[in-house]
Design a protein around this ligand. Structure first.
Ligand code: PLP
Length: 456
């Protein structure tokens, strides 16, 4: 048990706060880390310890912790109009500009944007949009949502129902009508002797079977992360989206890309769907959309869904949905700046996406090197997101016993040498900020190597 000095930041943090997704017994043992400030890709705690944050906060702080341009964009907007909504025919000028910008940088020729405060709310909003427009079009039974096992779409009752993780059972979720298909993780899910192409064909057949069983006219949409994030940074099997999209099209089922993590450059293209060569019918965005400098999410509807939602809303008189801070002008100002910083280059700097593209090979090289460790079964990655999956036996892929808490031990060993990375199942997940230098990549992989050496 950690000995907590009375009145220390740690004691105070544990006195009155509740954590999300935190193992309380482990917390009591290891204590909490109270962060005081940030510098580039590093965060510094209240004792002055510095950590390279290989998770970019929660996949979102892609520009690091002291980006002057983003801070100034927020400050200036706070001076002009520090808050407003996008309701009752009123929205701020920044909101107008951001919608135009998001459609411009999206893969859609035309589209419309609806704002939320988070990725979870954006997924909820999308599902309500699909339910609403189907009902207004005279198809009230078209409500079921298809997602995948291991998918993470959020924590609200609807987005948690979309999420394919077993812990939601403790809430009695998923709600009826949320159906989880097989996770497209070839390394873990393939059957003995099954090639990657055969695996993808099996998943496509499963989709056909589910649609036949449930009835295409009862299904409202298929939502998928281009690369699964909180499921364990899992890139899909080769050709997966090319196999599922034609089936969905044939049955008139929209394909929605949840780009909350992959959006704005993580995979080396502005959108994960572009890296994987498909165009969805709508996109869910958040996280890097504001580089984490403001809590915000968005549903970006492509032309067909945008037209259908607009028509349905006009028929009903409105779309009866929205959040007090939908389209918050400070969030919009920050997101406009983030799009410039990441995709276009701001204030004479190159676009951060160029640094992602330049450092992707360094990330790949480091991951491939660690993949040779006898207790790493798979080092999977796309762009600069990835995971190292620990195994007790590389041949059989047998995991360690759950009570050994192997990934937690690796993450704790990383913490002890000044690196933050996230344990997820038996993997540790990496997704560093877009501003990392080659020397910082060396530091990250060096610390990981050291941590693996101390655990195994
Ligand atoms: N969708 C994906 C793919 C995510 O990774 C997350 C969060 O990690 C969410 C949705 C939920 O976003 P939020 O935590 O902002 O509600």
């Amino acid at each position: 048990m950690k000995d907590l000095t009375p009145n220390s930041w740690e004691a105070r943090a544990e006195g009155a706060s509740l954590y999300g997704f935190t193992d309380y017994p482990t917390l009591a043992e290891r204590g909490t880390t109270v962060l005081a400030r940030g510098e580039g890709p590093y965060v510094v705690d209240t004792d002055g310890n510095r950590f390279l944050d290989a998770n970019a906060g929660l996949w979102n702080m892609v520009a690091g912790w002291d980006h002057r341009g983003l801070i100034r964009a927020a400050q200036e907007q706070y001076e002009r109009l520090p808050g407003y909504h996008a309701f009752f025919g009123r929205m701020s000028d920044r909101t107008v500009e951001l919608s135009e910008k998001l459609v411009e940088v999206s893969p859609f020729e035309r589209g419309r944007v609806f704002y939320t405060n988070s990725g979870s709310e954006a997924n909820d909003t999308l599902v309500k949009m699909l339910w609403f427009l189907n009902r207004m079009e005279g198809r009230p039974e078209a409500r079921k949502i298809l997602t995948r096992v291991n998918a993470y779409h959020g924590v609200t009752a609807v987005s948690a129902s979309m999420t394919g993780k077993p812990y939601n059972d403790v809430f009695g979720l998923p709600l009826p009508g949320f159906i989880h298909l097989t996770c497209p993780h070839y390394w873990r899910e393939a059957r003995e002797g099954e090639s990657e192409a055969q695996f993808v064909r099996r998943l496509a057949r499963e989709l056909e079977e589910v649609i036949a069983r449930e009835g295409a006219d009862t299904i409202a949409g298929f939502v998928a992360e281009p690369v699964m994030g909180a499921g364990g940074a899992i890139p899909p099997a080769e050709g997966y989206f090319q196999a599922v999209q034609p089936i969905l099209r044939k049955h008139g089922i929209p394909l929605i890309a949840d780009e909350v993590i992959t959006g704005f450059g993580r995979t080396g293209e502005p959108w994960g769907c572009e890296s994987y060569g498909f165009t969805p019918d709508a996109i869910i965005a958040s996280k890097a959309m504001t580089a984490g400098y403001f809590p915000m999410g968005a549903v970006i509807l492509g032309p067909e869904l945008a037209d259908r939602l607009f028509a349905a809303s006009a028929e009903f008189t409105d779309f009866p949905h929205g959040f007090t801070a939908s389209g918050h002008p400070v969030g919009c100002a920050v997101a406009l700046k983030a799009a410039e910083v990441i995709l276009e280059g701001a204030d004479g700097d190159e676009p951060l996406i160029e640094n992602v593209r330049r450092t992707m090979p360094l990330f790949a090289e480091g991951m491939d090197r660690l993949a040779r460790h006898p207790n790493i079964g798979e080092a999977r990655y796309r762009g600069t997101m990835g995971a190292l999956e620990a195994v007790a036996d590389r041949e059989t892929k047998a995991p360690f016993a759950a009570d050994l808490q192997v990934s937690e031990r690796i993450a704790n060993a990383c913490h002890d040498v000044g690196l933050i990375c996230r344990p997820l199942g038996q993997a540790v997940v990496l997704c560093p900020p877009f501003i990392m230098t080659p020397a910082q990549f060396d530091e990250m992989f060096g610390k990981l190597e050291k941590a693996l050496g101390s655990v195994f």
